[in-house]
Design a protein around this ligand. Sequence first.
Ligand SMILES: [Zn+2]
Length: 85
Amino acid sequence: MAEQCSFCGNRNLTPRTTQYIHQHHGEMLFVEQVPCLECDYCGEQYFEIAVLKQIEADHRDIAEHRKQPSRVVQVAVQEFQAPAG
Ligand SMILES: [Zn+2]
């Protein structure tokens, strides 16, 4: 796990939980309450390899219908349009 932020060099990283969006073959899995270390200065988040591996495994199981997700949500998608004028 990171001892200091590799983005900004700050040494104050605080344990938090966050939402992680995992993408695999165009499918997305939102994982909530994921433990991470967050940089107090720039907000960059660092995850344990074991945590990422678990998310990958869960996503594979859900995609292959071996596991039910906690819930399913609909997501609105919009292409960015520059404001007129
Ligand atoms: Zn940082």
